[in-house]
Design a protein around this ligand. Sequence first.
Ligand code: ASP
Ligand code: MG
Length: 440
Amino acid sequence: MKRVYPLIVEKMINRVFKFGGASVKDAEGVRNVLRVLKHQGTKDVCVVVSAMGKTTNAMETVVSSYYLAKKNQPEAVLEVVKEALRPIQHYHEGIIQDLFGAQSAFVKAKVDLLFEEMHGFLTWNKSLNHSFIYDQIVGYGELLSTTIVSAYLEAQGTANRFLDIRQFIKTDGVYRDASVQWEQTVERIQKLNNQGELLVTQGFLGSDANNFTTTLGREGSDYTAAILAYALDAKSVSIWKDVAGVLNADPRAFEGPVQLHQVSYTEAIELAFYGASVIHPKTLQPLQRKGIPLYVRSFIDLENPGTCVTAGSPLVPEVPCYIVKKNQVLLELATQDFSFMAEHHLSSVFELFAKYRLKVDLIQNSAISFRVCLDNRFDQFEALVAALEKDYLIKYRKGVSLYTIRHFDEKAYEALPKEAEIVLEQRTDQTLQLVASFKG
Ligand code: ASP
Ligand code: MG
């Protein structure tokens, strides 16, 4: 008798690829996406795309001019919006023309529709909630790019399925910094029921309970790739970049950086914590939880395997990693009567750091003074000083640089510019941190 075996349902998508804005900044970039896909194979791939080039920044400008006009000259709002959107429309139309030539009418119609939707929203919108408006408009950057990329692949004979990611990634309603509602999101993504075709979708976007668009925070597309990979139990995520992979130092600040072949999740999180623009911890967490490796690869040099972030050895090769954070503030506090800096002082000081959203990079405490290096991210340092002045004697130095060297060796100091004067130093077994000030 013939036995009937249960159908084994394989997870269809096993690779998630993310292409950032720089990789699709012009027609050549879009053509290159196809080249990468052909090289890698399109089977069971989900492609996540960011907005083209600097579109997100341009969209931010649209939102601010709309917002200002709505408050100050409501009669001119529509004119202002039209003006602001025009260069964005031209930019995308230029790319479409280059990619599709005489066959561009079909894609152009789709893109026109997206611009009409934007105009529509800005016409009927009554809300003055800046973050809400921001998410409704800025997200069109990704909808435009994916519409163009998907149509281009299709036109070149690479069939694909366009997904509106907002139907899958559900978030809370915290516009501009939405948090993923994991349960709903995973359930929706798993129901995707993909039959092995290539998927093309937007990074950065989600939607709230009312189906309004939300965004996951700037540079959020990497995170989108991780969310999809997590929900799909994908085998890997690849982020395609204009660099060969993750380097042990920022080439703009240090000489002779080397490419890292492997970095552990925890090491990558550490590096990001100290200010390296490696990969956002938010992106790594879902991947780490399921042990899904993340590749950072060059979209130009396809033979270079890039950097793999995965479990295992912290760093291959084992080299020191150099991170610099410029424009930090070194703050020194003492009590008015030079009594000890006790716990209750410190706790109130830290409350103020949190209140004014200054990120603490480094702390050094002695009996009567307390020194801390701060990242003045939101320009609230003056407000902090005003709040502290009542209770403390204050000294500070602005414009210092914080050098962090993970896995430092005896040559660590040589990486600093000659004119740097080290004003504070701290080391643990793994990490050397130097606060440097520059004369003149
Ligand atoms: N387009 C968004 C941004 O520029 C998201 C991303 O690129 O990751 O922030
Ligand atoms: Mg971007």
